[in-house]
Design a protein around this ligand. Sequence first.
Ligand code: FES
Length: 156
Amino acid sequence: MIKRRSFITYFSIGWLTSCFPVVLAACAPSKSSTQVTTTNPPGTGDPSAAKPITQKTADGFTVVGSVTQLEKAGYLQTKEVAVARDPANPKQLFAVNPKCTHQGCDIKWVAEEKKYECPCHDSDFAADGKVLKGPATKPLTTYSAKIVGNQVLVKV
Ligand code: FES
């Protein structure tokens, strides 16, 4: 026959043993809280990806890309601005608002023809924003643009 004292001792050991994994799990650091504080934004592996892509200079210009990117693609385009070289004077840059003045579609630069085309109703615009072909009747809004070092800057 088991004595009362032995029963209580065995019961206590059994109870402590069964609770031990729960206590360990409760004391371990939570994976979700670690991920929140140490991981990057979803889909990125680079901590700098959370920073804005554009940078404003003291004189109000915004960096929209590099000269290297401009030369490689033939133009630069963001949601707010499109930049291309003047076909008549490649040292000159033109920056325009890439929203078509007809009904607001995003225009696309056609490098071979050195013009912007609107995919919605076929308006064409010159690099400086002038209307080449309608239905658009108003030119694209233009901005000041310049190159400083390897950066293309636009005053939007
Ligand atoms: Fe561009 Fe109509 S929106 S031509």
